[in-house]
Design a protein around this ligand. Structure first.
Ligand SMILES: Nc1nc2c(ncn2[C@@H]2O[C@H](COP(=O)(O)OP(=O)(O)OP(=O)(O)O)[C@@H](O)[C@H]2O)c(=O)[nH]1
Ligand SMILES: [Mg+2]
Length: 192
């Protein structure tokens, strides 16, 4: 399941409330809950999920950034991203960055996939983001989204699906390290 959230904003009281983030990550916030930028959900809210199961939790957080606007990210925004990262780390959730609007998908796909970060400009942006947010380069990906196209583009699709598969692999690694919870992970009935 993919969940989209309100964007982060450098000002307090605008965009997603950072205090909501640990609750979202742990799976305590129900579907269709209406977020307020001013006030986070609290455990006494009637819709609050007090005992979330593994499937309610967030397994991978993706920061989506426009590759052309990396230089204009302010220090206040970086501070907010890092605040979120602290919560993500506390919850043992995976974190990746998706750089969008690359608009030269074919150039990236001309390289061997394993070397897809070697295209010079993209590589320098990846390194910039990695240093700025303290996120390893192997967790930073590039995608080109559909914006105005009417037809499907196999090159865009290939890159998007490649990145999605990498995200699933990262999550898989984390899930493998979790202790088995009966009814959550066990694919077959446990024999005792
Ligand atoms: N050319 C191009 N346009 C893109 C790409 N990704 C997004 N866009 C366009 O950028 C605009 C904003 O995209 P959104 O996905 O709404 O961005 P957002 O950050 O979720 O915006 P909010 O939800 O309003 O905070 C839209 O007009 C998209 O079509 C991309 O990879 N290439
Ligand atoms: Mg959006």
């Amino acid at each position: 399941m993919l969940c989209d959230s309100m964007g982060l904003h450098e000002e307090e009281g605008v965009g997603l409330c950072v205090d909501d983030i640990p609750h979202i990550l742990k799976g305590c916030v129900p579907d269709r809950y209406e977020f307020s930028p001013h006030k986070s959900i609290t455990p006494d809210h009637p819709m609050f999920i007090a005992s979330p199961s593994l499937k309610d939790k967030i397994h991978c957080v993706a920061y989506v950034l426009d590759i052309n606007s990396i230089s204009s990210i302010t220090s206040k925004e970086v501070a907010k991203f890092k605040e979120v990262q602290k919560e993500v780390l506390n919850c043992g959730t995976a974190l990746v960055v998706l750089l969008t609007k690359i608009d030269k998908c074919s150039e990236i796909l001309q390289d061997n996939f394993l070397n897809m970060n070697n295209s010079m400009t993209s590589q320098s942006q990846i390194i910039k983001v990695s240093k700025m947010l303290d996120i390893p380069i192997y967790n930073i990906f590039m995608v080109e989204n559909y914006a105005s196209e009417l037809e499907l583009d196999p090159l865009k699709d290939t890159l998007i699906l490649f990145v999605l598969r990498q995200m699933l692999r990262i999550v898989d690694d984390i899930l493998e390290d979790l202790p088995l919870e009966t009814g959550n992970l066990a694919p077959f009935p446990l024999l005792s």
